[in-house]
Design a protein around this ligand. Sequence first.
Ligand code: CP
Length: 334
Amino acid sequence: MSSKATSISPINPQIDDSGHLKHFLTIEGLSKTQLIKLLDAASVFIDTDNEKRREQANLLIGHTVVNLFFEDSTRTRTTFEIAAKRLGAAVINLNPSRMSTRKGETVLDTVRTLEAMDTDIFVVRDSASGTAHLIARHIPPHVHIINAGDGRHAHPTQAMLDMYTIRERKGEISNLTFAIVGDILHSRVARSQIAALKILGAREVRVIAPATLLPTEIERLDVKAFTDVDEGLKDVDVIMMLRLQLERMEGQLIPSTQEYFRCYGLNQARLDRAAPDAVVMHPGPMNRGLEIASDVADSERSLILSQVTNGIAVRMAIMAQLVGIEGLRENGAT
Ligand code: CP
C-alpha cells in the first residue's frame, strides 16, 4: 500500500497537490504531457519477454485491486484483471448480483467495507454518471479509483488504449483526421476519445451521426458534426465506430436497426471514401450488420483486436503510475 497521503485538488480531483495522478476518472483536465507519459509508459509493457515479465510482476506486489463492475463488461474487466495480475497485485472480482448492494447497502458503504480489507485500487464501472468521482471524494488518501466507464459520461482508459493503438499503427496523432461515427449521444467512449484527441492535437475531429444521436452540447466540443456519413468520411485517416446503445435510448431515436445500418453502417463502399490507408476502430462490443459490416470488421484495416490487446499494457501503465511507480525503463523496472 502507498504511504503517501497528499490532498487532492478541488479543481481536478484526479491530481494530488504535488501534481501526481492520484485517480484516473476522466481525460478532461489532464495535460498533453500527462497523456504522453502514460502512453510512453504503456509501451514498456508491450511485447515483453519472460525476463521482463518477471521483473514487472514485482511492481504491484502487496497491492490489492478490486474490480467493482455494476455494469456488464467483457474486455475492460478482463484486461484490468490481467494487467493487475501481470504487475503482481492480488485481484478480487466482485459479482454485483451476489453483493450486499442488493440488500440495500450503498455503493459508498460497499467501498468503505472493501477498503477496510486493505484495498489499494478500485476499478469501478457503473450505469450512473459520476459514480467513480463520488467514490474518489469519499475514500482515504492512499486509495486510488479508476473509472472503467460511468453512464454516458466517460471511459478514460478506453480512450487511452485507443490513442495508444492509433500511435502504434499511424504515428503522430497531430497529423491525422478522425471520424467518430454512430451513437455519439449515449457514448462515454466518444466523450473521452474527443477529449484525448483534442489534448493530443489531432488535426481534425469529426463526429458523424443522425441528428437524433448528436448531443446538444456538441457545438462546445470543437468538432465538425456531420449527419451525412459519406460526406463525413471523406479522406479521414481513422474511423472510430461506436456501438448503437439501444439499452440507453429513451424513445425511438432511429427508424429501425435495418435503416440505421443502411444509412450509417460502415461497409466497404463507405470505407473507400476515407483515405486509402485509413484504419477502422471499434471499442466493442460490436454489433455486426448493425453499425459495422463483418468484412470491414475482419479486414486488414481493422484495429479492433489490437485495441483489446493494447488495453492490457495501457491499464498496467495507469495502475503503475497511480501507485507512484515512475520512470519505467525499457526493461520494465523502475
Ligand atoms: N469497450 C468496452 O468497454 O467493452 P466492455 O464493455 O466489454 O468492457
